[in-house]
Design a protein around this ligand. Structure first.
Ligand code: 0RA
Length: 638
């Protein structure tokens, strides 16, 4: 049983070591870097393997534990990684899987029918990037174990006991290597919860039990309804127009599953998965579903006389408003556009998906005429609104063409036109706007004051939003256009910074602005141009020194630093307007001193939920969000 020692100098071992070394030298190539995102990727990679077992129908329970020392255990009740000798290498299959790149599920006869391993590097990459790792396999009535350091076996595959009768499975525990993942990184509970929830939705019937021993939190995910439950979950703060339409069908070894439901919302929430991977760039499954939905609705509306002969067909856009839908395909040989871009390319998937969706959705409309009527009515309204919006937009565009490059009168522009250096401060209120204008560095900082509460963009439609004065000023200042016409190339400022008071009104305005940017200028957020300014909460003066506190903790730290003896004057800033231009510059606008929060969208699904909840009619969830709002943004020191 000392296979690995005996053979450690043969060609295959040397290859293995070179492979693992390559992973350690260039983690970016294998897990996308050494930052927090890559760190979470390690867990996903291991859990993906267990999900594969579930997809193969061999496992229905996955347990993930984060231990206090940040080591992670992933355990499943699958068949267990084979431990018998792998003929080509003369080593136990377990060792080969753990130490050879891309060895994944290609072992042990059965193999996987469907593999989620988009990242494809397999658990060996995780092993290579771990300070230590241990795998325990229950199989054939016995328990086996092997341990590793930085990817290298430090024990043989040992038989350490008897497995309880009938039990099989795999338990992997790893501790990421802090010499590779540097800088005090830690696993984020919320991020993992999000991911496991999604995995459980698209792998119906699997239970994922997640325990965070660091904080004693835990969560169990099991969705009897799979993606049907997913749609209900996404719509839990919206008014549905009908029950969820759902179907699953396997054609030529490819399983197509979809679920859809229209609600009274104005926005669309559509997600596509391929072998449980969230294909954020869509692909043939998504195209197939979208085209089938539009075609089916047109066919039905014509037949039912709901579209007159003189009416044009609904466009794809007309059938999107208020649509929540998931399509999930399981394919034995998925083709992705590239390593990083998550887009499914298999052409046959489009045909099969369209077929399954048309069939099921068509039948649903026939059998549920009142639901059908409500959906068609929604599409008609949407079509009309779009027409009105186009007119309004044309008007805005024509007008702005007429007025050539007229910038809004309230904008105090900067002198530099180098968009890599310039900044636009969107400031709440005229008085703070005045201070910002005086305090700024006019060379690269522009200021646009906005009055009052701009439109609540979730509730309003594009045509209405475009006619709003404040929004118009904002759009022309940015220069990008909006919605379909948005062009980031024309962005006039490298950073767009929202600066509002640290009170309820300020947070409301900030949310409204974020909603607007999220809905109509998404690339601005995606490409990292959007920021939130951090004005101080307190000014602390002692003798001839002044400190600024940006948080309560800051304040306490400063007061402790000053000590008891001195006479201190503490001023609480209730608004930006209370600062004079010089103070505003020093505390909030000067790149040398300020802190900006960069707005990111970790997960469009969650953001979508949060925004619609916030603006929706239900009050309690909205209040909760405003209270925890600061978590939406990532801290960024500039
Ligand atoms: C190769 C072949 C078989 C199962 C597995 C790998 C397997 C891998 C992992 C990774 C985590 N959990 C896992 N569970 C199973 C099939 C073996 C058979 O046919 O019995």
């Amino acid at each position: 049983m000392t296979q690995s020692q005996n053979n450690s100098y043969d060609a295959s071992s040397i290859q293995v070591l070179e492979g693992l070394e390559a992973v350690r030298r260039r983690p970016g190539m294998y897990v996308g870097g050494t930052d927090s995102k890559a760190l979470h990727h390690l867990i996903y990679e291991v859990v993906d393997n267990s999900i594969d077992e579930a997809l193969a129908g061999a496992c229905d329970r996955i347990e993930v534990i984060i231990h206090p020392d940040q080591s992670v255990t992933v355990e499943d009740n699958g068949r267990g990684i084979p431990v018998d000798i792998h003929p080509q290498t003369g080593k136990p299959a377990l060792e080969v899987v753990m130490t050879t790149l891309h060895a994944g599920g290609k072992f042990g006869g059965g193999g996987y029918k469907v593999s989620g391993g988009l990242h494809g590097v397999g658990v060996s990459a995780v092993n290579a990037l771990s300070e230590w790792c241990e795998v325990v396999v229950k199989r054939d009535g016995f328990i086996y174990r092997q341990r590793y350091k930085q990817g290298r076996p430090v024990t043989p595959v040992e038989k350490i006991g008897k497995a309880p009768k009938g039990q099989t499975g795999t338990r992997t525990t790893f501790k990421f290597d802090p010499t590779i993942f540097k800088g005090n990184l830690s696993f984020k509970y919320e991020t993992l919860v999000q991911r496991f929830r999604e995995m459980a939705f698209v792998t119906r019937g699997v239970t994922i039990h997640f325990v965070d021993e660091r904080t004693d939190r835990e969560m169990t995910f099991y969705f009897e309804g799979g993606i049907k439950s997913f749609v209900r979950y996404l719509n839990r703060n919206r008014q549905p127009l009908h029950p969820v339409v759902h179907a699953e069908k396997t054609i030529e070894d490819i399983t197509i599953e979809f679920a859809l439901q229209y609600t009274d919302a104005f926005t669309e929430s559509v997600y596509a998965f391929a072998n449980t991977i969230n294909t954020v760039d869509g692909g043939t499954h998504l195209t197939g579903m979208r085209s089938a939905i539009t075609r089916t609705l047109n066919d039905y509306a014509r037949k039912a006389g709901l579209l007159k002969d003189s009416d044009p067909n609904f466009s794809g856009d007309d059938t999107r408003e208020g649509l929540t839908a998931i399509v999930s395909v399981k394919h034995p040989d998925p083709q992705f556009e590239s390593q990083t871009k998550v887009k499914l390319m298999n052409p046959e998937v489009q045909t099969y998906t369209a077929q399954v969706v048309s069939e099921t959705f068509g039948r649903f409309l026939e059998e549920n005429p009142s639901a059908a009527k409500a959906i068609i009515k929604k599409c008609l309204t949407s079509a009309r609104a779009r027409m009105a919006a186009r007119k309004a937009r044309d008007l805005v565009i024509r007008k702005s063409a007429l007025e050539s490059l007229t910038l809004p009168g309230k904008l105090a522009d900067c002198s530099s036109r180098d968009a890599t250096k310039t900044e636009l401060y969107i400031v709440e209120g005229e008085s703070a706007g005045g201070s910002a204008k005086q305090g700024r560095d006019r060379h690269f900082q522009a200021v646009l004051p906005l009055r009052g509460k701009i439109l609540n963009t979730e509730r309003a439609r594009l045509d209405k939003i475009l006619s709003n004065k404040e929004i118009k000023a904002l759009i022309s200042a940015l220069g990008t256009g909006i919605g379909e016409d948005f062009n980031i190339q024309n962005l006039r400022y490298g950073r767009v910074i929202i600066m509002t008071d640290a009170d309820v009104d300020g947070s409301h305005i900030r949310t409204l602005l974020l909603t607007f940017f999220f809905r109509y200028m998404l690339p601005l957020i995606e490409e990292g141009h959007l920021y939130i300014a951090q004005p101080p909460l307190y000014r602390i003066a002692v003798k001839n020194k002044v400190y600024y506190a940006y948080t309560e903790a800051d304040r306490e730290r400063i007061l402790k630093e000053i000590g008891n003896g001195a006479k201190v004057n503490i001023q609480r800033y209730k608004g930006l307007g209370e600062m004079n231009p010089q103070q505003l510059w020093e505390t909030t606008m000067d790149p040398q001193n300020r802190t900006l929060l960069q707005v990111t969208i970790e997960d469009a699904a969650e953001a979508d939920r949060v925004f619609s909840m916030l603006m929706g009619s239900e009050v309690p969830p909205r209040r909760r969000f405003i209270q925890t709002h600061a978590r939406e943004v990532r801290n960024l020191d500039i």
